[in-house]
Design a protein around this ligand. Structure first.
Ligand code: SAH
Length: 216
């Protein structure tokens, strides 16, 4: 018999993702597999698969499933990719990425969140993930360049270090850019020293705080 969370997960994928147009098979498979309820606070267990973001403490949120799916689909992920994620938060998107691509690097500025995400990912046996505490607006130089960089917090502008750490061979940066409380998802594609910027969906993320982001 299927557990109740697997049933809720299938419903989430059908009603919130597929019905709204998400098509990427790898993204859909990952959403069916990753237990989102392990990434929310116990108090919200029964709401884990609902159609909205939830608080994860320290003023931060786990994103709405559909928003995560949009970002992952737009990223056009391939199994051989090495991906940098900025804003680990709960680690939910990190776990989805770990299902789809070869290597995931994730940076979170709040140490307690980074530690909790690390524990959940370890318990799931995800071995292709590295998480560090730090200012993600500076990227993670050590493992650059990345095929994809996905930022899950809203930025006032595109941080230069992230552009520099993108692969020059078609690397893509996905980042919400705009005023503090409403942004547009930017997709930046790098070819050599050329950066093409495409503006995608409107979105609302918590602020990206750091040297190349907002002040605290
Ligand atoms: N994908 C995550 C989203 C968490 S919200 C999830 O679904 O759980 C965004 C996260 O970005 C927060 O945890 C916040 O602390 C973090 N953040 C904000 N500014 C940051 C920065 N400069 N570097 C790294 N993380 C940052």
């Amino acid at each position: 018999m299927k557990d109740k969370f697997a049933v809720q997960r299938e419903r989430m994928v059908q009603e919130q993702l597929i019905r709204r147009g998400i098509k990427d098979r790898r993204v859909i498979e990952a959403f069916l597999k990753v237990p989102r309820h392990l990434f929310v606070d116990r108090a919200y267990l029964d709401e884990a698969y609902n159609d909205y973001p939830l608080p994860i403490g320290y003023g931060q949120t786990i994103s709405q499933p559909y928003m995560v799916a949009i970002m992952l689909e737009r990223a056009e992920l391939e199994p051989h990719h090495r991906v940098l994620e900025i804003g680990t938060g709960s680690g939910y998107q990190t776990a989805l990425l770990a299902e789809i691509v070869k290597e995931v690097y994730s940076v979170e500025r709040i140490p307690q969140l980074a530690e909790r995400a690390r524990e959940v990912l370890e318990s799931l046996g995800d071995e292709n993930v590295k998480i560090k505490t730090g200012d993600g607006t500076l990227g993670w130089e050590e493992f650059a360049p990345y095929d994809r960089i996905i930022v899950t917090a809203g930025a006032p502008k595109i941080p230069e270090p992230l552009k520099e750490q993108l692969s020059p061979e078609g690397g893509k940066l996905l980042i919400p850019v705009g005023p503090r409380y409403s942004q547009v998802l930017y997709i930046v594609t790098r070819r050599g020293d050329e950066y093409e910027i495409e503006k995608d969906s409107p979105c609302v993320f918590v602020p990206l705080i750091g040297e190349e982001g907002w002040e605290e």
